[in-house]
Design a protein around this ligand. Structure first.
Ligand code: DAH
Length: 515
């Protein structure tokens, strides 16, 4: 135990302890620094560390130091005003008040106060303006009072410790402090360092002062002399302040993991804008213009700009025909009159499927594309709903792509995130076959729905000029993040609760055996 403590002692700690030993177990930092030739800062910090290990005790005392102000210094030189009057009175015995200033050489402004003190000290009497020296005044002629002695001492030595004043000077202090602005008192902490019983034990055991290697040089490494150097031991259990590493927000981290998975699967990343036209968000996805999702209560319509530009006529015409009678797809369409103006409305995108539609318009299969983005729906905020959230959307287009491939891709994706997935039949206006993915929550022994997928319908593909099958999916991200973070309230992800964020691990580790 003792060895361990000694091993961990810094050279300066040893020096301070040794100095205290030579001083009989107790001394001041000033003395220690003289004995060991250390900077005062090093003495104090070593003393602090020694004290934290209970090897010494640091006693703090506050010294009050007395000194003279400018006025005080001039009194110390010229004498107190009442003393100067007394000197004048020795020659004339009685002087009228109005002549005092001139005869004693004090300022007219000081006369009143000086008379006050003369009377108080009993050096003179005052009668009808006449100041007359008393017998006490005669006796005091050649004798300084305690206040004058203190003035003199301070004038000579500059500073005196209030605590160490003699009784006489203490009396002088009590007098002088009644006059405004003569004395200055400032507080100065003083310390004594005292070896504790543990410190004594260490000293008795012997403390050797030797140089410690703090940085190893190239030469020492090359010559191997580093082996013979002395190193100080570290206390790896020492207390330390908590430190919180900077890290990605957990939602952002989930997004990054998701991106990584699709990038590793060879998908191209694309992105759209959150302000979209109804055309791309709904119409080209074969969502009829009277579809419930378009209602005001589900979709945010934008005032500025209220309308967007439609793409080229050819595409718009084809979409119109698909809606009205199926165009060249063999479908009968929705059998209503399609309205350009409705398609021009600007909306906050309600899903990221519009990014896939735009991508298909501009790129030829074979292709694999994914995108991550924010989507918006008019939802009341609750623990499980927010009016904006994220989706990851993807498409795979190729001659040979089938629904089974789609299920395989989704399975692979969720497995990589550590989840078990199952599929249920579903309906979306833009897909056939369609499915919803559900993942398993072991703690709750239940399944929750996380997204939709399917094969894009001919009514979607034909206007876009795509001739191969396209497997498509769109999955929610927040719920995934919630499950992984073990939180019950979706709002947590947007609240920036600094305490919670700090406690979260820097990275997630996936237990591959679980999958
Ligand atoms: N857009 C759907 C939603 O927001 C999800 C979805 C379903 C996306 C099927 C797709 C799909 O790409 O094929 O709920």
């Amino acid at each position: 135990m003792l060895d361990r403590i000694k091993e961990e002692m810094h050279l300066y700690e040893k020096k301070v302890l040794k100095a205290l030993e030579s001083e009989g177990g107790e001394s001041t930092p000033e003395k220690v620094l003289k004995l060991q030739l250390l900077p005062i800062k090093s003495v104090m910090s070593a003393a602090g560390i020694l004290a934290s290990k209970d090897i010494i005790k640091v006693n703090k005392d506050v010294d009050e130091l007395l000194s003279l102000s400018e006025d005080g210094a001039s009194y110390a030189q010229d004498g107190l005003p009442e003393r100067r009057i007394l000197s004048a009175l020795q020659e004339e015995e009685t002087i009228h008040m109005k002549d005092l200033s001139q005869k004693s050489g004090i300022e007219p402004s000081e006369v009143k106060i000086a008379i006050g003190w003369l009377l108080r000290k009993g050096w003179a009497t005052l009668d009808k303006g006449q100041v007359t020296i008393s017998s006490q005044g005669m006796a005091a002629r050649n004798e300084a009072g305690p206040d004058e002695s203190l003035l003199k001492e301070l004038g000579e030595s500059g500073e005196l410790s209030l605590q160490e004043l003699s009784p006489r000077l203490q009396e002088g202090f009590n007098l002088l402090k009644q006059r405004k602005g003569l004395l200055k008192v400032h507080k100065k902490p003083s310390y004594t360092l005292e070896v504790t019983p543990l410190g004594k034990e260490i000293l008795e055991d012997g403390v050797e002062i030797r140089e410690e290697a703090t940085q190893i040089t190239h030469e020492q490494l090359k010559s191997g002399s580093w082996r013979n150097l002395h190193y100080r031991a570290y206390d790896i259990k020492a207390e330390h302040p908590d430190s919180f590493a900077g890290k990605l927000h957990p939602l952002q981290r989930t997004i990054e993991e998701i991106r990584r998975i699709f990038l590793n699967l060879g998908f191209t990343e694309s992105r759209g804008t959150i302000l979209e036209s109804a055309f791309w968000n709904f119409d080209c996805l074969f969502q009829p213009q009277d579809h419930a999702a378009r209602e005001m209560q589900d979709t945010f319509y934008i005032k500025t700009p209220r309308e967007t530009l439609l793409p080229e006529d050819e595409l718009v015409e084809k979409v119109k025909r698909a809606h009205e009678h199926g165009g060249k797809t063999g479908s009968k369409g929705w059998k209503y009159q399609w309205d350009r103006e409705v398609a021009r409305q600007s909306v906050l995108r309600t899903h990221t499927t519009c990014v896939s539609a735009r991508f298909l318009k501009d790129n030829q299969p074979p292709l694999k594309m994914f995108s991550v983005g924010r989507v918006f729906r008019r939802e009341t905020i609750t623990y499980k709903h927010l009016p904006e959230f994220h989706q990851v959307e993807g498409i795979v287009a190729d001659e040979s792509i089938t629904f089974r491939n789609l299920l395989g891709i989704l399975k692979e994706f969720y497995h990589q995130l550590g989840f078990q997935v199952r599929f249920r039949p579903a309906y979306f206006p833009y897909t056939y076959l369609s499915t919803e993915c559900e993942i398993y929550l072991p703690e709750k022994e239940s399944w929750i729905e996380l997204g939709g997928a399917g094969m894009f319908r001919p009514e979607v593909l034909e206007p876009l000029g795509v001739e191969t099958p396209v497997a498509a999916f769109g999955l929610g991200i927040e719920r995934l993040a919630m499950i992984r973070l073990g939180i019950q309230d979706i709002r947590m992800l947007y609240q920036s609760d600094i305490g919670w964020l700090r406690e979260l691990p820097v990275t997630h580790s996936v237990d591959w055996n679980e999958i």
